[in-house]
Ligand binder design. Structure first.
Ligand SMILES: Nc1ncnc2c1ncn2[C@@H]1O[C@H](COP(=O)(O)OP(=O)(O)O)[C@@H](O)[C@H]1O
Ligand SMILES: O=P(O)(O)O[C@H]1O[C@H](CO)[C@@H](O[C@H]2O[C@H](CO)[C@@H](O)[C@H](O)[C@H]2O)[C@H](O)[C@H]1O
Length: 558
C-alpha cells in the first residue's frame, strides 16, 4: 500500500479494515497530521509534535450494515507525555454517496479528512459525527445499554435517568459550535458530547454531573442521559480503567449563554457612557443576584459531609497548600517568560501594564508565601473548575450550568482536586471583569473617550456587579459555614484564586487572542491592588518591598 499525493489506498475493504494495521499506520502518518492540526479540538498545535499513531480501533456497526470506527489516536511530542484523542471515522465510497440518509455535500470541510481508495472503491474519509447513521448508532446503543466487545476491551453504553421512553428514533444534527469537544443534538431534546482529548480515567464531567443528579436536588444542570465508556481489558480497577468517550444530557432550550446575555446588557451601559450617564437596569442586578444564588446552591449541593472519599469535604492541608503554591509559582514563571518572549508584539498600553505586573513580582511572592503559613479552617470540595459566564446557559428566567470538565490546560488528576468553592467564585468574578472590559475597551462608541475616564467607569460597573454577585452568593450559606470559616479567610482565599485565574488567563490570551491580553493584565493589576491593601493592613509589607506603582498607572492612562 503506497499512499499517493492525494489518495490513501489499501486492498482491504472498509468492513475489514479494522485489523489492517498497515492502513492505520499509513493514515496516522499521511492524512491525519495535517487534518488534526486544523481541528479546534486538538490541543497540541503549539507543541513540538513528533508524530501520530493509531493506538486502537473500535468498531461501531451502523444501522444499514455498514460500519464506522472510533480511532484512538496518540499524539507524541518532543517534551511531555503523549496525548490520546478520539476520532470517529466513516468511509463514504463514491458508489454509496447517493443512497445515504444525508448529503455528502453537507459535510463541512472541517469534517473531511481526505480521499481514500479501499478495495478499488474510491471515496472520502469523514469525521463520523457528520454521518447521521453513526449518530443514530451511538444514541441507539446508549438507549439500549449496549456492550460492544472490541479487541482492546469493550465499549459500554449506559442509559441515564434523563432519557425518556419512546425517544429511540430521534433525528440528529451536529451542533455548530467550535470548542474543545464535539456536540450533537438529538430531536432537539438531548445533547451528546463526544470527548476528543481522552484521559485514562472517568471524565470529571461525568463524575460531577452524575453526583449532582443522583446525590442532590440541584436541578440547574441538564439531567444526565447516559455515557459511552471504553473499558480496558488489562487495567486493574484501581488504575481507573474506564475511559469516558461521551456523555448525553438533556438539551437546554436557551437563547444564549450568560456571556452573550451580559454582553447585551452591557450594550445599554456602553451607549450611555459617552453621554456621561451611568446606567444599569434593575433587571441586570436581578440576573446577577440569581446567578450568585444558583452558584451558591451548586456549591451547597456539592458540600456533602457524608459523601464517599471522591466528594467528601476536606480541610486545607499542607499538601494542598504545597500544590497551590507550586501551581501559582509555575504559572507565574511561565507567564513572565511568555510576556518577555511576546513583549515586542504587545501594544504600548499592554506593555505598560506588563511592566506593572513584572514590578509587582516581589509583592506577589510575599502574598503567595503567606498562603504557606496562614491558619485556614475553611473546607475544600469538588467544584466546577472552569466557571465563567460562557458555562452558564440563560434560559427564559433562570440559568443552567454546563461543562464540568475542568480547565483545558489541567491534567485529569488536577481537575479532580478539591478546592475552596471560592475558586469558582473567582472564575465568575473574573468573567464579569472580562465582560465589561471587552465591551468598553473594544467598542468604537468609546474611541474618543479619555481612557482614564473609561477605566473608572469600567471599574465602577465591575465593583457593583461583583458585590451584587458576592452578596447573593454568600446569602445562600449564611454565616458561619464550614466552607468559609470567616470573612478574613474568605477574602484571602478569594484573592488567591483571583490571582491564579487572572494569571492563567494571561497565558490563554497570549496564545489564542493576543488583542485581549490587556484584559487579564488589568485583572491582575486589580488583584495586586487588593493584595497590597491586605499586606499593608497586616503589616506584611516591609520597607524594602516595592509597592505597586499606582502613580505610574494614573500617569500613563492605563
Ligand atoms: N445541555 C445543553 N443544552 C443545550 N446546549 C448545550 C448543552 N450543553 C452544551 N451546550 C452548548 O454547546 C456548547 C459547548 O458545550 P460545552 O459543554 O461548553 O463543550 P466543550 O467541552 O466543548 O467546551 C455550549 O457553549 C452550549 O452552547
Ligand atoms: O474553552 P473553555 O470554555 O473551557 O475555557 C477557555 O476558553 C475561555 C474563552 O472562551 C476562557 O475564558 C476567558 O474568556 C471568557 C470570555 O471569552 C471570559 O468570560 C472568562 O472569564 C475568561 O477566563 C477560559 O479561561 C479558557 O479556559
Amino acid at each position: 500500500m503506497v499512499p499517493t499525493d492525494h489518495t490513501l489506498t489499501s486492498p482491504t475493504n472498509w468492513a475489514g479494515i479494522a485489523s489492517n494495521t498497515e492502513f492505520w499506520s499509513q493514515l496516522a502518518q499521511t492524512l491525519l497530521p495535517g487534518y488534526v492540526n486544523t481541528c479546534r479540538w486538538f490541543a497540541g498545535k503549539a507543541r513540538q509534535q513528533t508524530g501520530f499513531a493509531a493506538k486502537t480501533v473500535h468498531t461501531i456497526p451502523l444501522p444499514d450494515g455498514d460500519v464506522a470506527y472510533l480511532l484512538i489516536l496518540e499524539a507524541t511530542y518532543a517534551d511531555g507525555i503523549p496525548e490520546l484523542y478520539q476520532l470517529p471515522l466513516s468511509f463514504i465510497a463514491d458508489s454509496i454517496a447517493n443512497s445515504l440518509p444525508f448529503q455528502l455535500a453537507d459535510v463541512p470541510d472541517k469534517g473531511r479528512i481526505g480521499e481514500v481508495a479501499l478495495d478499488h472503491h474510491a471515496g472520502v474519509l469523514i469525521d463520523a459525527i457528520y454521518d447521521e447513521r453513526f449518530r443514530r448508532a451511538l444514541f441507539t446503543n446508549i438507549y439500549t445499554d449496549q456492550v460492544l466487545p472490541q479487541p482492546d476491551g469493550q465499549l459500554t453504553f449506559h442509559k441515564g435517568k434523563g432519557l425518556e421512553e419512546g425517544d429511540n428514533m430521534l433525528s440528529s444534527r451536529v451542533l455548530p459550535v467550535d470548542s474543545s469537544n464535539s456536540a450533537m443534538v438529538f430531536g432537539e431534546k438531548y445533547f451528546m458530547k463526544l470527548y476528543r482529548k481522552l484521559f485514562q480515567e472517568t471524565n470529571p464531567e461525568v463524575d460531577m454531573v452524575a453526583f449532582l443528579t443522583d446525590k442532590s436536588s440541584f436541578d440547574h444542570i441538564p439531567a444526565f442521559g447516559g455515557s459511552i465508556v471504553w473499558q480496558h481489558p488489562d487495567a486493574a480497577p484501581s488504575d481507573g480503567a474506564d475511559i469516558t468517550l461521551g456523555m448525553v444530557q438533556r438539551m437546554v432550550p436557551n437563547d444564549k449563554d450568560s456571556w452573550m446575555q451580559t454582553g447585551d446588557y452591557l450594550n445599554d451601559f456602553l451607549y450611555a457612557v459617552p453621554q456621561r450617564l451611568f446606567a444599569i437596569r434593575e433587571d441586570v442586578f436581578e440576573k446577577v443576584e440569581l446567578l450568585g444564588k444558583r452558584t451558591g446552591e451548586m456549591h451547597c449541593a456539592l458540600y456533602k459531609p457524608n459523601a464517599d472519599a471522591d466528594f467528601a469535604p476536606e480541610p486545607i492541608t499542607d499538601e494542598y497548600r504545597a500544590f497551590m503554591i507550586k501551581r501559582l509559582e509555575d504559572l507565574l514563571e511561565r507567564r513572565y517568560a511568555l510576556l518577555i518572549d511576546n513583549y515586542t508584539k504587545l501594544d504600548p498600553q499592554a506593555q505598560r501594564l506588563a511592566w506593572v505586573f513584572m514590578e509587582a513580582k516581589e509583592m506577589i511572592e510575599t502574598f503567595i508565601d503567606d498562603f504557606r503559613k496562614r491558619p485556614l479552617g475553611s473546607l475544600r470540595i469538588r467544584i466546577h473548575g472552569d466557571y465563567h459566564l460562557g458555562q452558564v446557559l440563560a434560559t427564559r428566567n433562570d440559568f443552567v450550568i454546563i461543562d464540568f470538565e475542568g480547565e483545558p490546560e489541567s491534567s485529569i488528576t488536577e481537575r479532580k482536586i478539591k478546592h475552596s468553592p471560592l475558586k469558582d467564585v473567582a472564575g465568575m468574578i473574573r468573567s464579569y471583569h472580562y465582560a465589561v472590559s471587552a465591551k468598553l475597551f473594544n467598542s468604537s462608541e468609546t474611541d474618543d473617550l479619555d481612557p482614564e475616564h473609561l477605566q473608572r467607569v469600567s471599574d465602577r460597573w465591575f465593583y457593583l456587579i461583583r458585590d451584587t454577585f458576592m452578596n447573593a452568593y454568600q446569602d445562600v450559606f449564611g454565616t458561619p459555614h464550614p466552607l468559609f470559616k470567616n470573612n478574613n479567610e474568605l477574602n484571602f482565599l478569594l484573592l488567591i484564586y483571583l490571582l491564579e485565574k487572572a494569571v492563567y488567563e494571561l497565558g490563554y490570551e497570549i496564545s489564542y487572542r493576543p488583542s485581549w491580553v490587556k484584559i487579564p493584565l488589568r485583572g491582575i493589576i486589580d488583584v495586586i491592588r487588593e493584595i497590597e491593601k491586605i499586606l499593608l493592613s497586616e503589616g506584611e509589607i516591609e520597607a524594602d518591598i516595592p509597592l505597586l506603582q499606582t502613580g505610574l498607572l494614573q500617569a500613563k492612562n492605563l
